[in-house]
Design a protein around this ligand. Structure first.
Ligand SMILES: NC(=O)c1ccc[n+]([C@@H]2O[C@H](COP(=O)([O-])OP(=O)(O)OC[C@H]3O[C@@H](n4cnc5c(N)ncnc54)[C@H](O)[C@@H]3O)[C@@H](O)[C@H]2O)c1
Ligand SMILES: N[C@H](CO)Cc1c[nH]c[nH+]1
Ligand SMILES: [Zn+2]
Length: 435
């Protein structure tokens, strides 16, 4: 029987137990931070040479500046090499992801106020972005689509992808996904060294304005450390799922629970219910699935180290636990999910009802699967078109406008001791000549 932790909200130290459960070794551990700082410094200083050394060490192949580049022609070749069924599935995903993300496009706006100032906001796409596509334990063509499609919708000029290729083996479906979703250049490198290459640039990899995409703890730590040199989207680390259930098929719930566990030993899966008997049935079904799933070793390590089945005594308690966990994915596998929904404040994506397993969202529903993890859904949002656009403030004034509000600004400038600031205003207030 899988040794999955059982928690009960009636226990006096339940909140302590929940805190302990949520304290996973992530990218903020000292060892990871130091190792990543070294990798970043080396790639920054020695460019391609260090990038290839780390790729040889961590991905196990003799990378060279020439062999690391994946040309657009190579992506096109992969598109034609994969099966018709592959192409159709990718195409359908792209269409659905695009349709969803088009709703996120922001538009310019302005208004003229009573003082006569015209104020507005202008939206511009980023020039060049770097997409991190994970590829250590598994290849993720779906993550290529989730990263690239919103960038294309936003109007980004240049889209560069990095993807680790363990053993130097390119994944054809990843390349096909890159081709169909609008990636222009690719590099077969991953981990912290790839993030460094995108942030600082090397002789081969161009420096980008922003790095987006999920990854393991080394990738997450690297993104955290290069923030400021370039932008980053969020910390999207090892996957997580919380399932809140009041019935349904234990086998379905157990599969949903394991779906994220099979990503990574560091993933986290939690099931919450008011029904203790259902928790027992799901525990049994988890064991039955583990007996046959090919990635059972990873999933078992994940659920035995970070998983939990939580018995609560009211739906309010369930909502409170969810808001504390702030999970990446939340399934409300409930008869009436809409009754609980208003109580949920923190989650990356919420799946409502019995017929929407989280995996539908991973591939094809339309919303992005790059989501905040490790409780950052308290303040962070899914990857979206808005991550590839930036806002610029627009301020326009007539003489009447500066006359209406300039004196108050000049007063505050003097109070701050900034006489040159005040002068810019007073010259315009006192000089009546035309310009
Ligand atoms: N949050 C999200 O939106 C989301 C989406 C998709 C995937 N994910 C997560 O992304 C992660 C992908 O992880 P992955 O490992 O499969 O791929 P990855 O591409 O993130 O990492 C692989 C790289 O990690 C580096 N690495 C591995 N071991 C190392 C070590 N000991 N020291 C230094 N560097 C090392 C190597 O350079 C390797 O190329 C999973 O945790 C998955 O759950 C999250
Ligand atoms: N569930 C992962 C993190 O949201 C994304 C993914 C890719 N492929 C399958 N799943
Ligand atoms: Zn997944």
């Amino acid at each position: 029987m899988a040794g999955i932790a059982r928690l009960d909200s009636a226990d006096v130290d339940f909140s302590k137990q929940l805190d302990a459960l949520l304290t996973r070794e992530t990218d903020t551990g000292d060892d990871v931070q130091h190792l990543v700082a070294d990798i970043l410094a080396n790639v920054k200083r020695r460019g391609n040479e260090a990038l290839c050394e780390y790729t040889a060490r961590f991905d196990g192949w003799a990378c060279t500046p020439e062999s690391m580049e994946i040309s657009h022609a190579r992506m096109e070749e992969a598109w034609h090499a994969v099966s018709e069924q592959d192409r159709q599935a990718l195409q359908l995903c792209v269409e659905r992801i695009r349709a969803y993300h088009e709703h996120q496009l922001q538009a310019d706006w302005d208004f003229t106020d009573a003082a006569g100032l015209t104020l507005g906001q202008r939206i511009t796409p980023l020039d060049r972005v770097g997409l991190y596509v994970p590829g250590g334990k598994a290849a993720y063509p779906s993550s290529v689509l989730m990263n690239a499609v919103p960038a294309v919708v936003a109007g980004v000029k240049e889209i560069v992808m990095v993807v680790p290729t363990p053993g130097g083996e390119l994944n054809e479906l990843v390349l096909a996904a890159a081709y169909i979703s609008g990636v222009q250049r690719g590099f077969a490198v991953g981990g912290a060294q790839a993030v460094a290459a995108l942030a600082y640039g090397t002789e081969t990899v161009p420096a980008v304005d922003k790095i987006v995409g999920p990854g393991n703890k080394f990738v997450a730590a690297a993104k955290r450390q290069v923030f400021g040199t370039c932008g980053i989207d969020m910390i999207a680390g090892p996957s997580e799922i919380v399932v809140v259930a009041d019935g349904g098929h234990p086998a379905w719930l157990a599969a949903d629970f394991l779906s994220q566990a099979e990503h990574d030993e560091a993933a986290q899966s939690i099931l919450i219910s008011t029904d203790a008997r259902l928790l027992d049935q799901v525990a049994e079904a988890i064991e039955a699935h583990l007996a046959v799933l090919p990635r059972a070793a990873i999933a078992r390590a994940s659920v035995e180290t970070h998983g939990a089945l939580i018995h609560v005594h009211s739906w309010e308690e369930a909502a409170e636990a969810v808001n504390t966990i702030a999970p990446e994915h939340l399934e409300l596998a409930l008869e009436d999910p809409d009754a609980l929904l208003p109580l949920i404040r923190h989650a990356g994506a919420i799946f409502l009802g019995h017929f929407v397993p989280e995996a539908l969202g991973d591939y094809i529903a339309g919303p992005n699967h790059v989501l905040p993890t490790n409780r950052t859904a308290r303040f962070s949002s899914p990857l979206g078109v808005y991550d590839f656009q930036k806002r610029t403030s627009i301020i326009r004034s007539t003489r009447a406008g500066v006359e209406a509000v300039g004196p108050a600004a000049a007063h505050l400038a003097h109070r701050e001791g900034l006489q040159a600031h005040a002068l810019t205003l007073e010259l315009r207030l006192n000089d009546r000549t035309d310009v």
